[in-house]
Write a protein that binds this ligand. Structure first.
Ligand code: ATP
Length: 459
């Protein structure tokens, strides 16, 4: 994990938020390469689940919503985590995390049961100090809308993008009247005042979600749930995630969110351990019924060609962009190992095998469609104007066609290859003296470092 965090910073994928002022816990900024990788991930999501289907549409709702949304959804009352405080240094922790780290299983435990274990076992803080009374802490960020700061102006930053979809369900039905089942997708920011943000971007206070609410007849939910689960597995594999590191966890009733009748978490074996990458929940008609009750507006859908009306039920696949980006990078990250100094490549691993091994080439083996840059173009020598001019011409042609093409004339060619390997550029194109003679260039392949000559016209 440390190697990936360092790569992210060194090469401009992800920086700590507000770093120049000492940072702000739980916030991260995307640099130039991170933005490109993030966009490519989001585009893949949109292409796979919206554009290539006939039953899916997009929405993009406001982040600050009427506070009634969060009362109706149950977030004001129940969107909380158990908080405990170190009585000496006042550091705050999530009680369930402390219990897990102390070897207790917290699956299915109520808040009271966790408090009982804490007291019975005399649980201490990670610094060895006594802990205070635990309490539930609501994770929504609040703010005030308008110039008056009082109880009537309180609003929340959305803790999930889902409610922006539910509140627009009726607008979409009234304007498009799609056939049931249909789904609405949204990509956007979500905010949670996590008690202890940690593990790089895995647990942040501001992050991005890609969520789908799939509206259906309640009789179909079981089949559709399985279909969505399978569709996400297929997509995750296509992003390069290792199948052996992906696991489905059937979440027991006691651990499910207040709105869910079935939840499967898809977990991933990160270097920090097996953790939730995403969830698929059967939210029943919980949200639309709440909206109907609180707003007084009818949320029924009339089945086309009949008089049958129903409030649709919902399957919700929800995934965080940053958690997915981490899984993608961890899956793509390879450090080759040179055994016994004879330069033979022993394979790719995250840990050197044996004392004689030394670290070799670092390669980010991202699928081509996710790589920040598709190609990197270089003149072999920077100080030969005829090579630079030809290379600029090739660069301009590829850039026009692909957009995400890098230019690199820094350092020697070996250093350029090493840098492009680290940021995952699949192909490096080098213009040399032969290019001026016969119009061919060297194309060097990231994954096996092999090289071929190709005519510029065939690039
Ligand atoms: P966790 O149990 O890890 O706190 P959760 O079950 O509360 O996560 P959901 O409410 O299901 O998460 O949110 C859907 C998805 O949003 C998660 O699967 C995850 O990918 C992402 N997500 C949730 N919280 C965070 C966070 N603090 N930082 C980054 N991504 C997050």
């Amino acid at each position: 994990m440390d190697e990936i965090v360092s790569l992210c910073k060194r090469r401009g994928f992800i920086f700590p938020g507000s770093e120049v002022y000492g940072g702000l816990a739980g916030t991260w900024d995307f640099g130039p390469l991170g933005v490109m990788l993030k966009r490519n991930i989001e585009n893949s999501f949109w292409q796979t689940f919206v554009e290539s289907r006939t039953d899916m549409y997009g929405v993009d709702a406001a982040i600050i919503m009427n506070p009634k949304v969060w009362e109706a959804s149950g977030h004001v009352a129940t969107f909380a985590d158990p908080l405990v405080e170190d009585l000496v240094n006042r550091k705050r922790y999530r009680l369930d995390h402390l219990l897990e780290e102390a070897g207790f299983s917290v699956q299915g435990l109520t808040f009271d049961a966790m408090c009982d274990i804490m007291k019975r076992e005399g649980l201490k803080s990670p610094d060895g100090n006594a802990l205070g009374e635990a309490r539930m802490f609501n994770m929504m960020f609040s703010t005030h809308v308008g110039p008056v700061v009082d109880d009537t102006s309180v609003a929340y930053l959305r803790p999930e993008t889902a409610q922006g979809i539910f509140t627009n369900y009726k607008n979409v039905v009234d304007t498009l009247y799609p056939d049931l089942p249909f789904g609405l997708a949204q990509i956007g920011k979500a905010f949670r005042n996590e008690i202890s943000p940690r593990d790089f971007v895995f647990r942040s206070r501001e992050f991005n979600q890609m969520e789908i609410e799939y509206f259906c007849d309640p009789n179909d939910w079981e089949r559709l749930f399985e279909e969505w689960l399978a569709a996400y597995h297929k997509w995750l594999l296509g992003l390069g995630l290792d199948a052996t590191k992906i696991h489905d966890l059937e979440v027991p009733a006691e651990d499910r969110a207040h709105y869910s009748k079935r939840t499967v978490d898809i977990e991933f074996d990160y270097p920090i351990g097996r953790k939730e990458l995403m969830g698929i929940a059967y939210r029943t008609d919980f949200d639309l019924q709440n909206i109907q009750r609180v707003s007084g507006k009818n949320m029924e859908y009339t089945i086309k060609g009949t008089n049958k009306k129903l409030v649709p039920h919902v399957i919700e696949p929800s995934i965080g962009v940053e958690r997915l980006m981490m899984a993608v990078m961890c899956s793509a990250y390879m450090r080759e190992i040179e055994v016994g100094g004879d330069n033979s490549t022993a394979g790719s691993s995250n840990a050197p095998a044996g004392g004689a091994a030394k670290a070799g080439r670092v390669v980010l083996k991202l699928p081509e469609f996710l790589a920040p840059y598709r190609f990197c173009v270089s003149p072999l020598l920077k100080n030969k104007p005829e090579l630079v001019a030809k290379a600029r011409e090739v660069f301009a042609g590829l850039k026009k066609k692909y957009g995400n093409v890098a230019w690199d004339d820094n350092g020697n060619i070996g250093k350029r290859y090493a840098k492009q390997d680290e940021i995952g550029t699949p192909k490096c194109i080098v213009i040399d003296f032969d290019t001026l003679e016969d119009g061919t260039v060297t194309v060097r392949n990231r994954d096996d470092a092999s090289q071929i000559r190709v005519a510029i016209s065939e690039l």
